[in-house]
Design a protein around this ligand. Sequence first.
Ligand SMILES: NC(=O)c1ccc[n+]([C@@H]2O[C@H](COP(=O)([O-])OP(=O)(O)OC[C@H]3O[C@@H](n4cnc5c(N)ncnc54)[C@H](O)[C@@H]3O)[C@@H](O)[C@H]2O)c1
Ligand SMILES: CC(C)=CCC/C(C)=C/C=C/C(C)=C/C=C/C(C)=C/C=C/C=C(C)/C=C/C=C(C)/C=C/C=C(\C)CCC=C(C)C
Length: 585
Amino acid sequence: MGLAFQISIPVTRATPCVRRAALDRKHERRPRASVARASNLTSSKKTPAPLPEAVDAVFIGSGMGALTAAADLASKGASVAVLESYIIPGGSSGWFERKGFRFDAGASMIFGFGERGTTNLLTRALATVGKRIETVPDAVQVRYHLPDELDIKVHREYDEFLAGLIKRFPHEEKGIRKFYGACWSVFNSLNCMPLKSLEEPNYLLQVFAAHPIACLNLLRFIGRNAGDIARDHIKDETLLNFIDMECYSWSVVPADLTPMINAGMVFSDRHYGGINYPVGGVGRISEEIVAGIEECDGCSVHFRTRVSKILFDSMGAACGVKLVNGRTVSAKVVISNATRWDTFGEKGLVEAERVPPSEERFRERYVKSPSFCSLHMAVREKDLQVGMSEEQGMDCHHIMLDDWDEIETARDGKGTLFVSIPTVLDKSLAPPGMHIFHVFTPSWVDEWEGLSPKEYRAKKEAMLETVVARLEKKLFPGLKSAIEFSEVGSARTHRRYLGRVDGSYGPVAKKKLRGLLSMPFNRTDVDKLYCVGDSTFPGQGLNATAFSGFACAHRVAADLGIIGSLPGPIDRFLTDLLSRQRLKL
Ligand SMILES: NC(=O)c1ccc[n+]([C@@H]2O[C@H](COP(=O)([O-])OP(=O)(O)OC[C@H]3O[C@@H](n4cnc5c(N)ncnc54)[C@H](O)[C@@H]3O)[C@@H](O)[C@H]2O)c1
Ligand SMILES: CC(C)=CCC/C(C)=C/C=C/C(C)=C/C=C/C(C)=C/C=C/C=C(C)/C=C/C=C(C)/C=C/C=C(\C)CCC=C(C)C
């Protein structure tokens, strides 16, 4: 990156958001809360704001990473424009409605909605723009139905979860306590410090000075993977298989490839802040953040607005974007929430000759994870032969696998099944007496290519048939005849509606890497171009991308001179040093 990047452009306007944030800090009270109503679906339906000609920051996409960064920058006084190609915000955390049902497009197991600590990043993302939404606590994060008759519930109460696991593996009690204890150690270190950009040296120095022990503890774990720590303490192969599944269920790779920092977050926050379902559906999160962004002066979110190219000035710095309709928006910085491959790949937003060598290194280390085949079903409760309420012992989330060898590889609905029944927690999502079943299973785009429309439909039907038969046999007798209607989304559907290359769930390590050390931060090697979302540190997950959003906003705010940072040359020297050291690893 050239020197031009350091030029600080003061942004002095005091928008209502800035004033509100300052007021909140002064009086140490929570920002004004607006508890969202399930029926309020207005944010993307009101009259669209005119597209601005120039802003401080232009965002490509409105996934959780972009929305968090845009909200944080807007609350700091920057003018932002968020450009989304689809008709609603949220990307993978979007939704769709059919016949009185509101389906979550992605999963409904939501981390980061706690009330305490600093890791409650979704609560915080909403709060930056004065919003808050009502949530329903989930008593069980997930119930596993696994080979070797392993039936384990991950209770919200940590001791209850541990007791169940130790009962099944009494000879491994010590190892179980040590492994999950290490996860708590990571989590507690993160949860005591403000979470901002690790590529902003001023913040790093401050956080090291204020929390030296926590920082050293994180450094101890940042280059390690969960599998290494598990194998340090546990020998039982079935238990190690279980820990692989614990990791795979959100990282889509086994424990050996799952960064320990992320495992620490997920395996502890589910018992600390808990898993909480947003009343009215997961889409409420992005709807509310959008509403909050639009309340800030000079800030707007635009739908049906696809970016075709990133524009560059004569010095080679990003300076705006061009839309598919030919219109342009100029900006002091450009922030891409599209995946790394959609930003820098062949036919990406950056033309080939400008793609920096560091992106080649990224591709040597990370590959696209598979996509999912998603089966959305409207189900009549009365036709199921199993109690569907929480009181009757029904859990909202289930994971099912028949054979350990098929955890990652089985195709055509024969591998891991993820089941989400959000109506167990929130009845407002469906008409009375009805449930929503969202079942998804790994699937690769190549399975869906080259099919005629008839073959494509037949493949979807076959997938539904296989998955429903498996669920009926093991978990939900009566399911087939209880289905009122269903919709199947393939990897092609994910690619089309989420704008994600091959419909991928996100980048995963190609080979064993040193934890999170080589995951890129938000700056790129193209001047004034940043990335945000799951192609950046710390990776997939709504709260993980919310972290990347806060980190991105912090680094951008420092680069735009909105917040203080070290003097330009020192800042640049230290940031480059850090990134060079990381890339060597
Ligand atoms: N339970 C959970 O924790 C949960 C649930 C759902 C999703 N997720 C995860 O959330 C993460 C996704 O967050 P993210 O921030 O990376 O983003 P994202 O992929 O969800 O959103 C990116 C957005 O950018 C838009 N976009 C892409 N290219 C564009 C272009 N050229 N012009 C305009 N718009 C464009 C897309 O339409 C999409 O809305 C993923 O890791 C996903 O798996 C987690
Ligand atoms: C300088 C350096 C480098 C260093 C220094 C030290 C320090 C200070 C450090 C620090 C660090 C940090 C801050 C970090 C952070 C991190 C974070 C925040 C992380 C987070 C994470 C999270 C995650 C990963 C999450 C995830 C989640 C998910 C993915 C989920 C998913 C789910 C699903 C899919 C569901 C399924 C199931 C069913 C349905 C059943």
